[in-house]
Design a protein around this ligand. Sequence first.
Ligand code: ZN
Length: 120
Amino acid sequence: MFSIMCGYESGDVRSPTILGFICVLFNMYDVFFVNVVMDRSWITASRISDEYENGVEDFLQFAKRNGIGLNNKYYCPCVNCVNVIRQDIELIREHVLCDGFLKSYTIWTWHGEFLEQSIF
Ligand SMILES: [Zn+2]
């Protein structure tokens, strides 16, 4: 029930601060972080938009911070590698910018994000 209150729909920027307050109040900072701070609507945005490019950078930072790298290689979430093939960060950036980010990959479980952070 609370996840509905904390849910952030893309384009709805009415009151992220109040949403954040509610999430903190209910000790659900993780939900706030994932849904508000880490807005993932860029995944479906145009690949030539700033929004997409910034989102990709956010993802790469997230992967470097939370992902388990093997020789500095992480699972590539592009439409061709589909989180099966590991690439280095530079190549992942190139893949997702040129080929596209897997649109269904909004919870980054292959890069250190836990399911229970986002699903209630
Ligand atoms: Zn790839």
